[in-house]
Ligand binder design. Structure first.
Ligand code: FAD
Length: 391
């Protein structure tokens, strides 16, 4: 089978690896020519790490990732501890795979190395998808090259892994554009050597306040602290990400939260957050994975992990060397839809709870305290405990 995958992000590379080794000819087309990953870190939950281990990436992840022992939840206003989610051994024992935090560049390099080690996968960079035409027996793809030339390809299966602003999405009849969610994420990376020792601890720090929150966790063997601050922003930022001044982010948090971290961060990039409730994720010859299929607000840290799930699920339905593609995509569309919608809705709900003002925040804090670390982990059981449905 000829497979054309558009996009070499987490979703596209994971899909190529999941489909490899079955006699298919797989080509990954990527718009970019270099892979300096934007955004410093990513949390990978057990629903994704068990799939990545299946690709043979377990040892690489063990070398490069941190395994947080917990999420420590605090109040932005008072610094008081609100609650904790048990991770580390508790997550590994419960879900059979670790919860990890990793530098995006390291994860991407590991995926790229694995892809480059498979002779059946070709990577064509500097190819920007213009359109996909889905026909009964195959899909036609048209690309623009870096030099402004045109290139085309025909595949038995086309996979749109081209992210939030997917062009592939229109090939399955969805012409909608993502809607600005009214928030921006400000991301920075701070050398832990410049911070108090407590920021080197293997844990995720989550600080909650009215209409904003902040997350940090160590990556790169504890040498660097990945920081993500989320706050309202009425105007959508143009492009994918933009630099923001340290003063602007400091003002947003007005001396609250982990001020040592906010003061030490010298370069921030800002990303607007977008939403698009999923309606369909597959046609007869075109399937979407990752953000192309289901943009997820980052309040549940699931967008990347869901992309890895998509890859595994799609590949499982396309078993055999000559799979019935339309039948497999029909099942993929049906079987993924409930889960990705449920995750999108849960991420929205988490955002509302994280950003609650008084007195709703009192009830939220009480629930978190009552549940305790193990109870908080159990609440995410349906997210982290995902496994491929039986064939
Ligand atoms: C602030 C923030 C924090 C987050 N934290 C987490 C987290 O902790 N855990 C988690 O799991 N998720 C997290 N996410 C979500 C996660 O980053 C995304 O869901 C994930 O990166 C999506 O991967 P993807 O491969 O689908 O898309 P992308 O990473 O966007 O990759 C798409 C690829 O397609 C290429 N492309 C685009 N258009 C074309 C075209 N026309 N032709 C060819 N190529 C094209 C792009 O260049 C890119 O390489 C976070 C997101 C944000 C904004």
């Amino acid at each position: 089978m000829r497979v054309a995958i558009v996009g070499a992000g987490i979703g596209g590379l994971a899909t190529a690896l999941a489909l490899a080794g079955r006699g298919h000819e797989i080509t990954v087309y990527e718009r970019r020519t270099g892979f300096g990953e934007l955004g410093a870190g990513i949390q990978l939950s057990p629903n994704a790490t068990h799939v990545l281990a299946g690709f043979g990436l377990g040892p690489a992840l063990a070398r490069m990732a941190t395994e947080p022992e917990r999420v420590r939840i605090r109040s932005l206003r008072s610094g008081r501890e609100i609650g904790e989610v048990a991770l580390g051994a508790a997550a590994r024992e419960r879900f059979g795979a670790p919860f990890l935090a990793v530098a995006r560049a390291h994860l991407h390099t590991a995926l790229l190395d694995a892809v480059r080690g498979r002779p059946e996968i070709r990577l064509r960079v500097g190819r920007s998808l213009v359109r996909i035409d889905e026909r009964e027996a195959e899909a036609d793809l048209a690309f623009e090259t870096e030099s402004g030339g045109r290139e085309s390809a025909t595949a038995d299966l086309a996979v749109g892994a081209d992210g939030l602003w997917s062009r592939a999405r229109s090939a399955i009849g969805d012409e909608r554009q993502p809607r600005h969610a009214g928030f921006a994420a400000y991301r920075a990376s701070v050398p832990t050597a410049e911070l108090p020792d407590s920021f080197r601890a293997a844990e995720v720090g989550l600080w909650l306040g009215p209409a904003r929150h902040l997350v940090h966790y160590p990556v790169a063997g504890g040498r660097s602290l990945n920081v993500v601050a989320l706050a309202p922003r009425a105007d959508p930022l143009e492009g994918w990400s933009r630099e923001e001044t340290p003063d602007h982010v400091l003002q947003l948090f007005a001396g609250r939260g982990p001020t040592e971290v906010l003061k030490a961060a010298r370069a921030w990039s800002a990303w607007s957050l977008y939403e698009l409730p999923t309606r369909r994720i597959a046609g007869a010859r075109v399937a979407l994975v990752g953000d192309a299929a289901h943009p997820v607000l980052p309040y549940l840290a699931q967008g990347g992990s869901l992309a890895v799930e998509d890859a595994a699920h799609l590949a499982a339905l396309l078993a055999g060397s000559r799979p019935d593609v339309p039948a497999a995509l029909l099942r993929y569309g049906r079987e993924r839809l409930d889960r990705v919608r449920r995750i999108q809705a849960a991420a929205q709900r988490n955002g509302r709870a994280y950003h609650a003002g008084w007195p709703t925040s009192l009830a939220r804090d009480l629930v978190m305290r009552r549940l305790g670390p193990a109870g908080m982990l159990a609440r995410y059981g349906w997210v982290y405990g995902w496994r491929l449905p039986p064939a």
